[in-house]
Design a protein around this ligand. Structure first.
Ligand code: SAM
Length: 357
């Protein structure tokens, strides 16, 4: 199951997608795509080589809808691929290998049957930007080489970002999710990238997700301090549990960086109202090897000690034999945590709704 927007930080199994063919599920009313028609704040992704994907899991390129190399965002959304995708959906068929698992797939409401397919629309609520397709980790379910093979540039250049940012400004974009399938802080120009975005989009929320290991660099820490929200993906409570999924990960470095960001923002963070930013959230993706009561209690203890605003237990997408069943059944999680769109959350510092992306 994919988590529903507004904040979907999910991940699909690559081998699911390799299955590839588009199932024809035959809704008698037909479908439409919330992301392609401007109803979502997530999933449309500007990739690091300026291609644009319709979903955040486009490992096989079947969701490519255009490229900002030769098109504007408006041209992409008025273009032939978006039109074809929406026509296909309107007939009750799925145009990409990802649609059947995507939270953006919606059934055309009653009364609209056999109407013209909906038109593509440039997103205003939010968009993703992938600044790199490279990663310092080798997560258990991620096929990095396949992804890298799709991109003819592996990092988004500052010159390209300078071209993209004004397009987002004219779309009055509300949120930018500055990550996709790579590690955003791997980019040596991350600080200049965030400054560039801030200069063009002073009122836009900037959100990122990181494995945390590279925030030991001062420029990376400075970049994080310019964001509105930072998710730390740390899938364990020690090196052993972490590296079962996040191979090459470093628990101590990631945890220390998360704690350090909380410490630094107290003095250096941007202030909105009475709140210092960025909001810091530990995202603990659960599998059947890191989900015991001991792990849950230890994560809660460590999250409090680090001073994060929220600890989010997110269900890991994995083959059935590796999935966490305790995510659904553990009493501590389910009675004391709050079920959100993203997973089960423990809030330690209340965050005003308007600052949540
Ligand atoms: C692939 S990561 C890339 C961004 C960054 N490198 C990071 O680690 O956060 C994008 C998001 O997918 C989430 N993720 C990774 N593997 C997952 C899985 N098997 N199930 C659910 N979410 C997953 C991460 O927590 C992160 O928020």
């Amino acid at each position: 199951m994919w988590l529903r927007p507004p904040v979907v930080l999910g991940f699909r199994l690559l081998h699911d997608m390799r299955g590839g063919s588009s199932p024809k599920t035959g809704s008698s009313r037909g479908y439409y795509c919330r992301a392609l028609t401007g109803e979502s704040n997530y999933n449309i992704c500007i990739n690091c080589d300026l291609t644009v994907s319709c979903n955040c899991q486009d490992f096989d390129g079947s969701g490519l809808i255009g490229s900002l190399k030769g098109q504007t965002l408006a041209e992409v959304f008025a273009g032939p691929v978006v039109r074809r995708f929406l026509e296909t959906l309107g007939r009750g068929e799925l145009p990409t290998s990802t649609c059947s698992r995507c939270p953006e797939l919606a059934v055309i409401p009653e009364g609209e049957e056999r109407a013209e397919p909906r038109a593509g629309k440039v997103p205003k609520l939010g968009i993703m930007i992938e600044n790199t397709a490279h990663c310092n980790l080798r997560c258990h379910l991620c096929d990095r080489q396949l992804l890298l093979g799709l991109r003819d540039a592996k990092f988004l250049s500052l010159a390209h970002l300078e071209r993209v940012a004004p397009m987002l400004a004219s779309a009055q974009i509300e949120s930018v999710y500055y990550f996709n399938l790579g590690e955003p802080f791997l980019s040596p120009t991350i600080l200049d990238e965030i400054k560039t975005l801030r200069a063009h989009l002073p009122h836009t929320r900037i959100i990122t997700s990181t494995n945390g290991a590279l925030l030991t660099r001062e420029d990376a820490m400075q970049a994080a301090l310019l964001m509105d929200r930072v998710y730390f993906s740390i899938a364990g409570v020690d090196q052993d549990t972490l590296q079962r999924y996040q191979k090459r990960g470093d628990f101590e470095a990631a945890y220390k960086s998360m704690r350090e960001l909380v410490r630094r923002r107290a003095e250096e963070g941007r202030r909105i109202g009475g709140v210092r930013l960025p909001i810091v959230e530990w995202k603990y993706v659960m599998f059947n090897w890191n989900d015991s009561r001991r792990h849950i209690e230890e994560a809660i203890r460590l999250a409090k000690a680090a001073g994060v605003d929220r600890l989010l237990f997110a269900p890991g997408h994995a083959p059935t034999r590796e999935m966490s069943l305790r995510y659904f059944s553990d009493r501590l999680l389910n009675l004391q945590g709050e079920l959100t769109d993203e997973g089960i959350a423990f809030d330690f510092n209340p965050v005003p709704d308007e600052l949540r992306a």
